[in-house]
Design a protein around this ligand. Sequence first.
Ligand code: PLP
Length: 401
Amino acid sequence: MSMKKFDPASNIQGLKQFGEFGGVNPSITDSSTFTFMTARTMLDTFHGDAEGCFLYARHWNPSNKYLADALAAMEGTESAWVTGSGMAAITTVFLQFCNTGDHIVSSITTYGGTYAFLKNYLPKFNIDVTFVDITDLDAVEKAIRPNTKMVYTETMTNPLLQISDIPALSGITKRHNIQLVVDNTFTPMIFAPFLLGADIVVYSMTKYINGKNDTIAGAICASNKFVLDITDVNDGTAMLLGPALDPLRSSSILKNIHTLHIRMKQHSKNGMHLAKRFRDIGLKYIYPGMPDHPQYELMKSMMNEEYGFGGMIAIDMETPERAATLMESMQLKNVGYHAVSLGYFKTLFSNSSKSTSSEVPKNVQHKMGMSPGLVRFSVGLDNDIEETFQLIKESVKELKA
Ligand code: PLP
């Protein structure tokens, strides 16, 4: 019997979501509160027992439900919930699982904001975090304590582009009866972490999923039970801290998610082209799609090949000064923009140690192997990426001159 391969794009395409007047896009629900014909239904909705009914937009609203359903279809999870930022999604999951006195094991290479939350914010609640090299599975297992609630990682880590071995990590977390929470922001569609064994998948939708850099948003893809738990009116973290996404934004992201598969393929194609050309001119680069990457084989074994190795690539310019000169020159040549963030149609580049990882102390950056001159690229959708490469090459040459 041949098994039909998991296809996130077809799963989204397969949804029939349309507006109440037959609009091909679902109507935007521009209401914060909802009316009920009977008092009983309102009560049931409060208790999460009235399927299809909406109570109050901080809890759920129809526009967010359409987008959440598309995300659950993409990830293969039972359910999803959408948030006002990626950080809101991540912090909601941490705070839902952890109580005072609990412990988290986290990859040391994560987005700087996540690192800062774990390192500087959670101690307020007496929640302890051990940071580990996520590629060292023994170290991960050794860090687990009786009060550990979860292992947290990014499928492709920011900014070092290490690949987490999700099936192996899942084996460890299942053995210890704890959760595996994975941020898949860099690699939507390329990886399906839930199907690889993660319990919860989080996203900054600000990045590839929306792809337009016009909004901040996040998502939590999980079981029905977890989504009911976070939206519980009595003690749900999402319901009580209130990070709900605005329905207007949900509806625009829903339209953009329908082109995600095409965009991911082009980002990956361009990323691979630049990696090969960087190798040709002897630049020190990191790209998981090249056989010299330490987790190249692992990535191949986990990825949905159709979508390629992604559009994130980093080069080592050794010092922040050299990185700055290169980036300024590339911006003048319109290679792209010197800006943080990623997943945009234009190429974006920034010096990680001075930007998206600046929350990580210098000694920790050094320990994790992050060069102070690392320039992280989010490769755009350029139609002629060789032309873009030629511009980058000119900037590199100027630097050497
Ligand atoms: N996760 C990763 C991997 C990120 O790179 C970022 C932001 O750069 C976030 C989460 C946070 O997302 P947001 O800015 O949407 O809160």
